[in-house]
Ligand binder design. Sequence first.
Ligand code: AAT
Length: 292
Amino acid sequence: VIPGWFSEISPMWPGEAHSLKVEKILFQGKSDYQDVIVFQSATYGKVLVLDGVIQLTERDECAYQEMITHLPLCSISNPKKVLVIGGGDGGVLREVARHSSVEQIDICEIDKMVVDVAKQYFPNVAVGYEDPRVNLVIGDGVAFLKNAAEGTYDAVIVDSSDPIGPAKELFEKPFFESVNRALRPGGVVCTQAESLWLHMDIIEDIVSNCREIFKGSVNYAWTSVPTYPSGVIGFMLCSTEGPHVDFKKPLNPIDADESSIKSHGPLKFYNAEIHSAAFCLPSFAKKVIDSK
Ligand code: AAT
């Protein structure tokens, strides 16, 4: 450990640790679920850390929040009801709110401290809460989905932390079964699905569970986020039985929507080309994912 630097050490990426130079620690707390830290970094703006793992930095959060949101929402026309699991910082809400067709945005985040800290230290992320379509529930996403009415949502976005800690069950089969149940026919889900470089074993399990459960399309996409372990992160995109969804060909182009740009500002990362490109996989991963 280098004095004055934060190093992201975890058994989920043994033998490596990305480090950021710390200018100042702004917040340190312990919630019922996890340790919460906010610090000012030298070159990535403010950083939110949960249980020693970076959740977002001001500099590169756009890549993750825009991709996890617009990959699913731009793959269907006129999404109306959207559910976000996790994502307590509000960044995904900010991106969902760009879609003028959306009428209802439910969010279930387990940890109120994440919401409060985001509102205090990350106003450009927590701005997502200002949208009147947002309904916040503080609770476990697993329980929330178990109780959700059948066939309710057009899209579910699972902005979850890693499977060590409170998000463990969000990577397991029963959870995907309740997501499938809560979606309308031809509805879509996008879940945080870890790194191709570090977690092929986790990805293999997610893919084979999803192929069993979701009777529409099942695809893995990925993007570059410099402050996430190995610098990349992936998403599992699935659709339920019903109208066909071709995730690789976006049909709801938010990046070209003038009224959304006017009200919410331009997108920093997502565009239609990067949407399609996100599904191109390196050969080693393609082999494993296609064989599941
Ligand atoms: N948008 C920032 C990126 C995240 S945040 C993940 C959120 O999921 C956290 O706020 C955490 O409190 C919440 N969470 C964890 N478990 C649950 C649960 N069971 N129900 C509801 N919310 C939950 C993800 C960063 C990925 C990091 C990659 N290394």
